[in-house]
Design a protein around this ligand. Sequence first.
Ligand code: NAD
Length: 276
Amino acid sequence: SKVPPIILNNGVEMPSLGFGVWQVPDDEAERAVSTALEAGYRSIDTAAIYGNEKGTGRAVEAAGLPREDIFVTTKLWNGDQGYDATLRAFDASLEKLGLDHVDLYLIHWPLPARDTYVDTYKAFEKLYADGRARAIGVSNFLPQHLERLIGETSVIPAVNQIELHPHLQQHALRELHAQQGIATEAWSPLGQGKGLLEVPAIVAIAQKHNRTPAQIVLRWHLQLGNVVIPKSVTPSRIKENIDVFDFSLDTEDLAAISALNEDRRIGPDPATFDVG
Ligand code: NAD
């Protein structure tokens, strides 16, 4: 594949760039994931709550690639937290995906008020020990949630998938991840395309490299060491977003983008988000 891997803390290789399918209806997901696989993507990021595990699984099967060449991530939805419910929800996800294992299973949100993420993660440890998830991790965990989890369980999460883009650079979490050997995976890496891709500093760097603003932002993430999972259903953009491995930003470009941080979220605050 044209996408270089990162090595997770258990030795498993994960493509540094994958394809996200949030908000893509199940029937469209099959087409979009097929387009992505044809374009060279080998990592797909879905979730039980996205409602498109079936379409994703159909596209993976239709591609006819060796299973070990595709990295599939799915996530446990909030209402299924707790030890037994997690094991049942995992079975349901595998069934919809049509797979016998996933490459990465994530707790979608920490839901701190419910206080169930430690028990939930103990079920994840069982799925990992049984070889049904090649790696386990979390999403939207704040430093205090990671620290508690690491203190009370035995497998350090391989990944924390968090909202991360030039307007929300997550310095504290990235530092903690580096200390603990947790890979940082950026969700909404393009800031959902809203405004970020028109920021003059990014447009100027795009012109300088004869690239698009989306390619510049993805390149910034990759050079920082983040895993990215941009989403698009438009074939030309799907191709554009993976075509980022034949150029580099220089230190001046990186500094100009790093200066855009505003600690501004698009999505919910994990400290209080509690639906589903
Ligand atoms: P994104 O930052 O990937 O932006 C996607 C949007 O940007 C597209 O819908 C399109 O409008 C625009 N876009 C994409 N490529 C473009 C291009 N080349 N040029 C111009 N515009 C372009 O946002 P996202 O979908 O929110 O995040 C990506 C993935 O992250 C999701 O699909 C999902 O898999 C994951 N995610 C996870 C969580 C979580 O809680 N764990 C939350 C949100 C998203």
